[in-house]
Design a protein around this ligand. Structure first.
Ligand code: HEM
Ligand code: HEM
Length: 176
């Protein structure tokens, strides 16, 4: 079993990241230069910066606490695949808010977190903004693809690997 802290951080971030993917893709469909788009974009930036703090906390927690060992019966290739997908998810989760921040920081509007304007570190630069927006877009697509693989693996394990079932379930975890 994962510890209670690991479980709560996992599910808070799962809801947050899936919400941000939906918000991100939807907000770009709202016509540019409208109040609605500005509101959604500011909400996206604000929630994204809060999620960055939670992602940093989760990564630090994970580095300081080993996950529960895989069951002995689990084939080597499955352990390697699970570990690789988890490492890739941590890396993408760390990179995504940073590329989002850089996209905004090189734009003309900067970054506001729930109305509080962050100090301007960079001067507006259209080429840098476009480059980071492209990386942010690819990052979102990669997160979406890996989360889909991750969810399919979780469903498969729930039904076919009883020893892996419920390791991330709220309420059944080890204290801490
Ligand atoms: C944005 C969505 C999600 C992200 C970014 C994510 C990320 C992760 C990461 C990084 C781990 C590894 C934890 C560690 O060892 O430190 C993990 C474990 C796990 N996740 Fe997710 N997850 C997401 C959504 C989900 C969903 C929707 C499910 C269920 C359908 C799920 C089920 C699990 C389970 C069962 C484990 C434990 C795997 C094991 O037994 O070792 N996750 N998740
Ligand atoms: C926490 C994780 C985040 C996720 C999962 C995420 C996801 C997304 C997605 C899916 C899009 C639409 C991409 C497209 O279709 O091109 C997007 C766009 C955008 N995001 Fe994020 N985002 C995150 C964090 C942030 C942060 C922290 C900021 C800024 C502080 C930010 C700023 C932006 C901006 C400015 C755009 C529009 C880019 C453009 O005009 O092409 N994002 N984001």
């Amino acid at each position: 079993m994962y510890t209670r802290t690991a479980v709560w951080l996992h599910w808070i971030l799962a809801v947050g990241i899936i919400g941000m993917l939906i918000l991100g893709f939807c907000m770009l469909r709202v016509p540019p230069n409208t109040p609605a788009r500005g509101t959604l974009l500011n909400l996206h930036k604000s929630l994204g910066m809060v999620l960055l703090a939670i992602i940093l906390l989760r990564t630090a927690w994970r580095l300081a606490h080993s996950p529960p060992p895989f069951p002995d019966a689990m084939p080597h290739w499955q352990r390697m695949t699970a570990a690789s997908v988890h490492i890739a998810l941590y890396a993408l989760l760390l990179a995504q808010p940073l590329t989002g921040y850089l996209t905004s920081a090189f734009g003309i509007f900067g970054v506001r977190v729930f109305g509080w304007e962050l100090p301007k570190v960079f001067t507006a630069n259209a080429a840098a903004r476009t480059a980071f927006a492209g990386i942010h877009h690819v990052g979102a697509a990669l997160i979406l693809a890996l989360v889909a693989v991750h969810i399919l693996a979780a469903i498969r394990n729930w039904y076919f690997s009883p020893s892996l079932r419920g390791r991330m379930r709220i309420g059944t975890s080890a204290v801490q």
